[in-house]
Each structure stands twice: as structure tokens, then as C-alpha cells.
Design a protein around this ligand. Structure first.
Ligand SMILES: NC(=O)c1ccc[n+]([C@@H]2O[C@H](COP(=O)([O-])OP(=O)(O)OC[C@H]3O[C@@H](n4cnc5c(N)ncnc54)[C@H](O)[C@@H]3O)[C@@H](O)[C@H]2O)c1
Length: 375
């Protein structure tokens, strides 16, 4: 057995590389982050200094072509993923790529078959899969808790971009505004789609749904201007899985709710697993249902029972709740605000995250941005 550590090159020294990818690699003693590459030299150098990475770089092509790297980690803006990931595979590297791999699923399939041909391993940045709630629910499913899956319901929704002044990232400012471009579906849908297929144990065969652009003009980080952005702020669809299960998914980043907003349920012949956005792992046993119906057990009619880390018994119904470890909810996210007549609740101007508390503002204050600010 070799004791050599896997040598990693990280592409992108932005927010997500610094807060998630590089710290993640460095927590694993089997890995050595050898280089971090970003075309913005100061960012590459500062990040290298911050994490003790020996070789900052500004040239992704040279980085990808290095023969002394085992893994390339693509943590760059979404529209660059496909080119970088394919180049890394071509040069024989294993690849961890942020989602989405590409904007056309056929390109993603091509990248997957290239990896197969090259005998390389690939992985996507599906962080929610590693949340304790999701893992525990999957453990229950593996134990036969749910049995044959029937129905999956999923949400990923929050109000991160409800305020049009919050600078929009990971969009192409040159995109044709006459065509609706996916944003919520790929950025927010991806993790819930992953959980859905992982729990149900099958991929989709048929999907039908709809997408909407609710907020037409937004501040775009790349241009610093308010612009027409024809992106899906929200979407809903129904799906059929190859194993006979069916499901529904809703994603949005303009829906007031709990951040990060993941909610997932699976129902099967024996029970259900469920992830509402609150924290903890919850469940309900079928015998409680029976006893409640017969009026025998006090409290058995309560909607859910906290399972916590108790081992479930076979044949029971389960309910699990997700909290992403690094993005815990704050108590105030759950506080209810009661707008007065004639008022609407709105996030504080400039607030970019559900983690900030909403405020009550007069309806008249909810105007569109001034025309002069529109590009
Ligand atoms: N999985 C998740 O939960 C999750 C969470 C946040 C972000 N993301 C994804 O991670 C990716 C990065 O997000 P971010 O917020 O860090 O973006 P960011 O814009 O803050 O950082 C991206 C960095 O990549 C650099 N870059 C651009 N082109 C490059 C190239 N060819 N080679 C090397 N570096 C290049 C940019 O200069 C920038 O510093 C996005 O695709 C985003 O959707 C995923």
C-alpha cells in the first residue's frame, strides 16, 4: 500500500474555494494541496499564503497540464466548469467539479464518458449529501425503513436573491434576455435533485415542469449594474424515476423561508423519511399511528417524534431533518413577523441572506430601481 499523498491543484481562489474546498482538502491527511490557481494574481497569492500552499499560479492551462498532480478541483465561476473539467480529464487527472458541470446535460454526459474512457474518478460539489440529517436518513433507507420507494417531495428554497440589489453571481451578463436561463434550477435544484436520486435509488426517466422569472432586473456582480436578467427565480416539476417512483421538486431563491432551505421527503411501502429545514432527525412509527387511531396512547397523535440518534425498529416511519453543519439556522429565522395592514414585510435593504432578520416597510417603499440605474 502506498503512503504517498494525493496531490491536488485547486482552480479558483474565490469565496467557495477558500471557505469549503481548500479547508476540506487540508483536513484530509491523505491529500496535499500543491497549488491554487486564479487569474487574479493577488487572490491566488493571498489564498496560497492564507492556507500555506506552496505554489500559487495564474495559468489554469499550465496547472491542469502538470504531470505531478493527481486531482484537479474546479471551483471557478459556473460558465467555466466544462472547459476546465474536460481539460483536466484530458490530461489524466481525477476531477472534483462544482455544479453545474455544463449548461447542456449532453456536455455533462460527454464529460462523464471521457472520465470513464480515461479511467479517472469524478465528483460534484453536492455538499448537502454530507449533512448529518441526509446521511442518517439514507442510513435508515438502507436499513429498509422506507421499503420500496413510492413518492419523493423536495424543496430547495430561500430568499437569498429576493432583494434585486443583492449582486447576482454565477450568471452570464451577456446572455440573451429573450431566453429564460436556468439559475435556481442548477444552483439550488442540483443538491435536492442529488438527494432525491440518492434516496430513491434511481434516476429520472421523464420530467415535466415550469420555470419563472419573477424579478426582471437585478444588480449583477460582474458589471456592477442593474440589468435585465431573464433567469429562473423559481421552478416546479414532476418526475418519474426509472424504478417506478414519482416525485415533485420546487426550487427558488426568492421565497422567504429558512436558509439554506432544503426540505426532502420520501414515502415508501413501509414508512417515510423527511427533511424539513429545522435541525435534528425526526420520525413517526406506524404503530403510533395505529394506537392513535384507536385512542390508546396519549400524545401518539402528535405529528412527529424526535428520533435523534435512537436506532429505528423495522417497519416504522421515519422523519429526518437537515441542518447544513456550516450554515446553521439562527433562532431569529424562525421568528414570525406580523405586517400591519397596508404594509409588506421585506428584507432590510442590502441584506443578502435569509440569516438576516426581515423588517416591516410601507408598501410604497417597495418601488422598482430608478430607471437611470438600469443598463
Ligand atoms: N456546492 C455548493 O454548495 C456551492 C456553494 C457555493 C458556490 N458553489 C459554486 O462554486 C463555484 C465558485 O463559486 P464562488 O462563490 O467561489 O465564486 P467566485 O466568483 O467568488 O470565485 C471564483 C474564482 O474563480 C476565478 N477564476 C475564474 N476563471 C478561472 C480560471 N479559468 N481558472 C482559475 N480560476 C478562475 C475567479 O477569478 C474567482 O476568484 C461556482 O460554480 C458556484 O456555483 C457551490
Amino acid at each position: 500500500m502506498t503512503t504517498q499523498r494525493l496531490r491536488v491543484g485547486v482552480l479558483g481562489a474565490g469565496n467557495w474555494a477558500r471557505t469549503a474546498h481548500i479547508p476540506g482538502w487540508q483536513r484530509d491527511p491523505r491529500c496535499d494541496v500543491v497549488t491554487v490557481c486564479d487569474p487574479v494574481r493577488e487572490r491566488a497569492e493571498e489564498t496560497a499564503a492564507q492556507f500555506g500552499i506552496r505554489e500559487p499560479s495564474v495559468d489554469w492551462q499550465k496547472t491542469v497540464a502538470r504531470s505531478d498532480l493527481d486531482i484537479i478541483d474546479v471551483a471557478t465561476p459556473s460558465q467555466t466548469h466544462q472547459e476546465l473539467a474536460v481539460a483536466a480529464l484530458e490530461s489524466g487527472k481525477h476531477v472534483l467539479c462544482e455544479k453545474p458541470v455544463a449548461y447542456d446535460f449532453r456536455e455533462t454526459l460527454r464529460a462523464a464518458s471521457l472520465a470513464k474512457r480515461k479511467g479517472r474518478l469524478t465528483k460534484l460539489g453536492f455538499t448537502f449529501r454530507y449533512s448529518p440529517g441526509v446521511q442518517y436518513a439514507r442510513e435508515l433507507i438502507d436499513q429498509g425503513f422506507v421499503g420500496t420507494p413510492f413518492i419523493f417531495n423536495g424543496y430547495e428554497q430561500n430568499s437569498q436573491w429576493l432583494n434585486p440589489q443583492t449582486p447576482l453571481r454565477q450568471v452570464d451578463p451577456k446572455a440573451d434576455p429573450a431566453v429564460l436561463h436556468t439559475a435556481s434550477l442548477e444552483g439550488y435544484g442540483a443538491p435536492i435533485i442529488d438527494i432525491s436520486m440518492w434516496w430513491v435509488g434511481a434516476g429520472y426517466t421523464r420530467v415535466t415542469g415550469t420555470m419563472r422569472n419573477f424579478i426582471p432586473e437585478r444588480m449583477v456582480r460582474a458589471t456592477g449594474k442593474i440589468m435585465r436578467m431573464n433567469i429562473d427565480d423559481g421552478d416546479i416539476y414532476l418526475a418519474e424515476y426509472s424504478n417506478g417512483a414519482i416525485g415533485s421538486v420546487q426550487t427558488s431563491f426568492v421565497t422567504i423561508g429558512n436558509y439554506p432551505g432544503i426540505e426532502a421527503r420520501i414515502y415508501g411501502e413501509r414508512g417515510r423519511d423527511h427533511l424539513p429545514p429545522g435541525g435534528g432527525v425526526w420520525g413517526r412509527r406506524d404503530d403510533q399511528d395505529r394506537d392513535a387511531r384507536r385512542g390508546r396512547v396519549q400524545g401518539a397523535g402528535d405529528p412527529e417524534t424526535l428520533l435523534s440518534h435512537r436506532r429505528p425498529r423495522p417497519g416504522v416511519l421515519a422523519l429526518a431533518v437537515l441542518r447544513q453543519p456550516h450554515q446553521g439556522l439562527r433562532r431569529r429565522d424562525h421568528q414570525r413577523h406580523r405586517p400591519q395592514p397596508g404594509e409588506l414585510r421585506r428584507r432590510r435593504p442590502g441584506a443578502g441572506s435569509d440569516q438576516r432578520r426581515g423588517t416591516v416597510v410601507p408598501r410604497a417603499a417597495l418601488g422598482r430601481p430608478p430607471a437611470a440605474a438600469i443598463a
